[in-house]
Design a protein around this ligand. Structure first.
Ligand SMILES: Cc1cc2nc3c(=O)[nH]c(=O)nc-3n(C[C@H](O)[C@H](O)[C@H](O)COP(=O)(O)OP(=O)(O)OC[C@H]3O[C@@H](n4cnc5c(N)ncnc54)[C@H](O)[C@@H]3O)c2cc1C
Length: 380
């Protein structure tokens, strides 16, 4: 690691070590954990989530740095990882499309965690297919009126603002909604198998000034995709960190536990599962950091690579953590043990920020286009 990332890695490791005593409690909680919030704030790591002009660390948000942190935080505490990641994901539409006034008002607060961020895309009847959202913005006497319901929104009950995708006259647009605006109400939940700070937000004819718009009319989905281009690979990094810790746990357990006269790790089938997992973790790490490096150079072209990396790494983590539970036998099932926690936390990674099947479906179109275009060129 060069010094830029070495320093970040060191700070993230120190934070992960601090979180160890309360990690089980935080990851069991669907309310904000004050210890995690305090320690994350003190670490200064969230400054990575915004550009330096607005109180951040680097000139522009560096996807590699975000991956370095998430690879370390996720295996320590999913709650902490989510708090870190959401400051970037929830505020990135402001970074990419906000006016200087919007940036000056919100981004320094995001960097200092004086305000928690949330990105509100999903609705009860629209998840993977965001073109189906019904939350609407209507122009009214020089202002805007926002109505609709957003569900499964991370940080819903604790955020200071929601970057919100809504239907507009010209398609889908984004608006920046302060959480204390009149007509906004939040209901926490539902409870998930891997607890998460989520909730349902209702916008009941919320009156907003025209200046609440984020960027241009009709470009809301582009801003959401720009956010994913920078942050999607980091879901893969979280998966890599999780899988690595699961493998470490399984190796420790199986190399000391003996059955049939020798350590489990030396029994053919178990050894094979451990080594296959090792190879998969290394492959996942490479594809994730390759995607993050490409996103750092040009986030506009990075979405395909980020999607491929997210798909490969989260699917690998699912397989690896399942194998690790298997080779640990009954000890892999003990509630709130490290391995059981990792097993539960691995599951949502394959669903949020692009379910695996949705990614496969869009990536298959890119693949076909890429191959057929190359064939056409070589035929000429
Ligand atoms: C822990 C957690 C946190 C979340 N946080 C947020 C947040 O902060 N903000 C936010 O806006 N949303 C958030 N979400 C919602 C998340 O983005 C959605 O769950 C995700 O987009 C998938 O939508 P869905 O669950 O409605 O699944 P659906 O769209 O109903 O799809 C269900 C399944 O059908 C399959 N499928 C769907 N479409 C296709 C297709 N075209 N081709 C092949 N298969 C397909 C996939 O297997 C998919 O998993 C969160 C979800 C979770 C679990």
């Amino acid at each position: 690691m060069n010094t830029r990332y070495g320093r970040i890695q060191k700070a993230a490791r120190a934070l992960a070590a601090k979180a160890e005593p309360y990690a089980v409690e935080a990851d069991r909680s669907s309310d904000l954990h004050q210890g995690a919030l305090r320690d994350l704030r003190a670490s200064g790591l969230v400054r990575l989530a915004v550009p330096s002009e607005w109180g951040g660390t680097f000139k522009s948000v560096d996807p590699v740095a975000i991956c370095v942190v998430r690879e370390i935080l996720m295996p320590a505490s999913a709650h902490l990882d989510s708090l870190f990641a959401m400051q970037g994901i929830g505020s990135y539409p402001i970074t990419v499309a906000g006016t200087p006034e919007q940036k000056a008002r919100w981004l320094p607060r995001v960097a200092r965690i004086e305000s928690l961020a949330a990105l509100a895309l999903t609705e009860p009847d629209a998840g993977s297919d965001l073109r189906g959202i019904t939350t609407s913005i209507k122009s009214s006497r020089g202002g805007l009126r926002l109505s609709g319901v957003k569900s499964f929104i991370t940080n819903a009950a604790v955020a200071g603002f929601f970057t919100t995708l809504a239907r507009d006259d010209d398609g889908l647009s984004m608006v920046l909604v302060p959480a204390d605006a009149r007509g906004v109400s939040v209901k926490p939940g539902p409870e998930l198998s891997a607890p998460h700070v989520i909730g349902t937000i209702t916008f009941d004819d919320v009156h907003l000034p025209e200046s609440a718009r984020l960027g241009k009319h009709g470009l809301g989905l582009d801003y959401a995709l720009a956010t994913l281009a920078v942050f999607r690979a980091s879901v893969g990094a979280a998966a890599v960190g999780l899988a690595q810790r699961a493998l470490d746990e399984a190796v420790r357990h199986t190399s000391t536990r003996r059955q049939f006269g020798k350590p489990l790790a030396q029994q053919g089938a178990v050894a094979g599962m451990l080594v296959d997992s090792w190879a998969e973790v290394e492959m996942a790490r490479l594809i994730v950091y390759r995607a993050a490096s490409l996103a750092r150079e040009s986030s506009a072209d990075a979405l395909v690579e980020a999607s491929l990396a997210k798909l490969a790494a989260t699917e690998a983590a699912g397989r690896i953590v399942d194998r690790c539970v298997q080779v640990m036998g009954r000890f892999g099932l003990v509630r709130d043990s490290v391995i059981e926690r990792l097993y539960r936390e691995a599951r949502p990674l394959r669903i949020y920020e692009g379910a695996s099947e949705v990614l496969r479906s869009s990536l298959s179109r890119t693949l076909i286009h890429k191959v057929t275009q190359t064939a056409e060129l070589s035929d000429r």
